[in-house]
Write a protein that binds this ligand. Structure first.
Ligand code: SAM
Length: 297
């Protein structure tokens, strides 16, 4: 069950040491280091430990509960893939919901879609929004956009009051220990399914197939009961544990989500300022190594 999987996949003893080394039960026996130039912010919010530091070579880094959430140097791989895989798999996304996403990176990407008329976002922690506005301006400029409706609260609770409403829902959550725990269970995905309209597509932060295979098998198994299409993609992100990040993409219709519904030419790529996502990478990201394919069968 989820409790057991979490304990093998994500430990409680995680920490980012003052020398910038990320250690923890989530990835036993391995560690990742970034050289710290200066700690810019460090406080405990109501929900988690919030740290921002200036690194030697990766720009400013946001760390929650000892786990790196994003660095200015490589965040675009994660933000572009988590946002554009569902948005380009959809023919005409008008209403988009983001759960989590307090750093603003996913919001920035969603707002690049001209079809999008309204973005709703529910982030639990005001402190994450505030530090991102201050220390991650390149990610957080979308917070002033008039298309945004921002709610500060628990995404799980928020969904209970929204039915048959959104074209795309993106869950940009932290790991399933701490405030994001409720965002990894079957009941959360039932709420997501019900909040999507009939042609709706979701994407969720999908951890890493190197480190969290049992958790992913569990997520994929129950989602196959809830959605017509359940697919998994990945991309390299150098500062995530194991250097790879996954994206769980589910659709209410039986359409292959690895095929973009809209193809980008080079002018559109430039206009949208895309640095990682393109139409070829959309398809390629769903091609999985054999051991992962077998695990998900
Ligand atoms: N890309 C990141 C990663 O996994 O490394 C995650 C990005 S970070 C913006 C995730 C956000 O989810 C945090 O700001 C956190 O406060 C928020 N969050 C966690 N639990 C939540 C919940 N139950 N409802 C809404 N937001 C939540």
């Amino acid at each position: 069950d989820l409790e057991k999987i979490k304990n093998t996949g994500n430990g409680q003893d995680k920490q980012l040491r003052s020398d910038g080394q990320e250690m923890g039960g989530a990835w036993p026996g391995q560690a990742f280091s970034l050289q710290v130039q200066e700690v810019l912010f460090h406080e405990k919010s109501q929900y988690q430990d919030v740290l921002v530091f200036k690194s030697e070579t990766y720009g400013n880094v946001l760390v929650l509960d000892g786990i790196i959430q994003c660095t200015e140097r490589d965040e675009f791989s994660y933000q572009e893939m988590l946002a554009h895989l569902p948005l380009f798999a959809h023919k005409d996304p008008k209403k988009v919901l983001i759960i989590g996403g307090g750093d603003g990176g996913i919001l920035r990407e969603v707002l690049k879609h001209k079809a999008v008329e309204k973005v709703t976002m529910c982030e639990i922690d005001q402190m994450v929004i505030d530090v991102s506005k201050k220390f991650l301006p390149h990610m957080s400029h979308g917070f002033s956009d008039p298309k945004l409706d921002l709610y500060v609260g628990d995404g799980f609770e928020f969904l209970k009051n929204h039915k048959n409403e959104f074209d795309v829902i993106i869950t940009d959550s932290s790991d399933p220990v701490g405030p994001a725990e409720s965002l990894f269970g079957e009941s959360y995905y039932e709420l997501l399914r019900d909040a999507l309209n009939d042609t709706g597509i979701l994407s969720s932060q999908g951890e890493s197939f190197w480190l969290h295979l049992p958790l992913l098998q569990h997520l994929i198994a129950f989602n196959r009961r809830l959605f017509s299409k359940v697919q998994y993609a990945s991309s390299p992100v150098s500062t995530y544990p194991s250097g790879s990040m996954g994206y769980l993409i589910c659709g209410k219709q039986d359409h292959d989500l690895s095929v973009p519904a809209r193809i980008l030419d080079s002018a559109a790529l430039k206009e949208m300022k895309l640095r990682y996502y393109n139409s070829e990478i959309h398809r390629a990201a769903f091609v999985l190594p054999q051991f992962v394919k077998e695990a998900f069968e």
